[in-house]
Design a binder for this molecule. Structure first.
Ligand code: MD3
Ligand code: FE
Length: 238
């Protein structure tokens, strides 16, 4: 699987980690019950392959677009979907608000990547092998894009959401299940990071208040901006 990124300055080698207070772990952190951050999971090669695939999906059959909300506001993030098309606030097989074409299928290799992600996050091969994501939302952020605090509740399933980040670092805000306000925790999501949101965290409010321009390693395949792929189980059939 992916090589871990280099240790940060002052971060102990794993064999020297005596459990003393110090800089945060770069391996796996359960931020809240069921919410696991695994920094540096994707190799640079895997990141480049995902970027190439996303460029293809962004070109069609459904073009990547800024989603228009019922309020008339337009999201600053651009989104394209696989498997099922999300528009506020439901999933359809055709792009009802983006030209009408049938959405591209979820490729089997992306389903397998989702299973590997769940296995990795929960250290549970059984949980991974049972995971069957049937949709992917691919979000592109330029350096001014952000996403307000929201819950993902258009799925009729409580299965985990897998998030993969590529490109510029984002400040990700992970909140509570009650409302969009405090308490929340801010976490930096860097290129190659995996985050899995299941269990008690599946319906937590979350958002992206900021993307840090110029923070990415261009070797990951993105010169500017940020890509986030989320894999989900819609609970729909047909
Ligand atoms: C926590 N995307 O597409 S990924 C979204 O970085 C979305 O593009 C953000 O929120 C992004 O809906 C955040 C992390 C994420 C995704 C889904 C979640 C966190 C989640 C679902 C439930 C709880
Ligand atoms: Fe979300």
């Amino acid at each position: 699987m992916a090589e871990p990124r280099d240790r940060g300055v002052g971060e102990p080698a794993p064999e020297l980690d005596l459990g003393l207070p110090g800089p945060p772990s770069r391996t796996r952190v359960e931020v809240a019950p069921g919410a696991v951050h695994r920094p540096g999971w994707l190799s640079l090669e895997q990141q480049r392959r995902l970027v190439t695939a996303c460029r293809g999906w962004a070109a069609g059959p459904v073009p990547i677009r800024h989603t228009r909300l019922p309020t008339g506001n337009v999201m600053s993030v651009q989104t394209v979907c696989l498997g099922w098309h999300w528009s506020p606030y439901r999933y359809t097989r055709t792009a009802i608000d983006a030209g009408g074409a049938p959405v591209a299928p979820m490729p089997p290799w992306l389903v397998e990547l989702g299973r590997a992600a769940v296995t990795e996050a929960y250290d549970d091969r059984e949980a991974g092998s049972e995971y069957r994501p049937d949709t992917a939302l691919i979000n592109f952020y330029d350096d001014r894009a952000r996403m307000g605090m929201h819950q993902d509740k258009d799925e009729r399933s409580d299965q985990p959401v897998v998030s993969l980040s590529i490109g510029d670092t984002a400040v990700f805000r992970f909140g509570n299940t009650e409302n969009r306000n405090r308490p929340y925790t801010d976490v930096e999501l860097r290129s190659g990071d995996l985050f899995v949101f299941g269990g008690a965290s599946r319906f937590a409010y979350h958002g992206v208040p900021k993307v840090i321009a110029g923070s990415a390693d261009p070797a990951g395949g993105l010169a500017t901006g940020r890509l986030n792929l989320t894999l989900r189980v819609t609970g729909l059939d047909g």
